[in-house]
Design a protein around this ligand. Sequence first.
Ligand code: MN
Length: 203
Amino acid sequence: MTFELKALPYPSDSLEPTIDARTMEIHHGKHHATYVTNLNNALKDYPDLAAKPLDQILAHLDQVPEVIRTAVRNNGGGHWNHDLFWNLMTPGGSKAPTGELAKAVDAAFGSFDELKAKFKVAALGRFGSGWAWLVAHQDGTLAITSTPNQDNPLMESKHAILGLDVWEHAYYLHYQNRRADYVDAWWNVVNWDQVAALYSARR
Ligand code: MN
């Protein structure tokens, strides 16, 4: 089995003005595509490993042969993170958490606004390239974290329900050095229905 780049779940210009079409096209068609190509190259002599679901590979990197471990970590992480990221956004967004997720947000942070404030601190505090995350624990509680490079919460046995790419390639064409503006604008396109589905599927 080889890993494949799926089409974006919406037209590349449909997240404008929050994320411009050119950024989406390069980000998905070049950056994400390269992670997929490099992941397949790393695994080409390891068919048993390549047959496993990617989340299981990333959750058990210690079982990946050392000679390809860094390549799998970076490119497997890159593929998984971007698959998640595209599906966490939707044209027009879906405004705010609802139901059980909204209750968990209030319990963990006091309010949705406070979640956004703390998430922004994590996104801006990640020096260089990486991701900010909202993770759900098995008991339903929530926490904010961040990771460098293409690492992700799976590698720490945690369940990500929201993730924001803060690599410059994700925002530089439109926002240049203004990462804070990108983070603030991003809430306009978050698909909270998908976040809620991932929250319900935690284990
Ligand atoms: Mn990216």
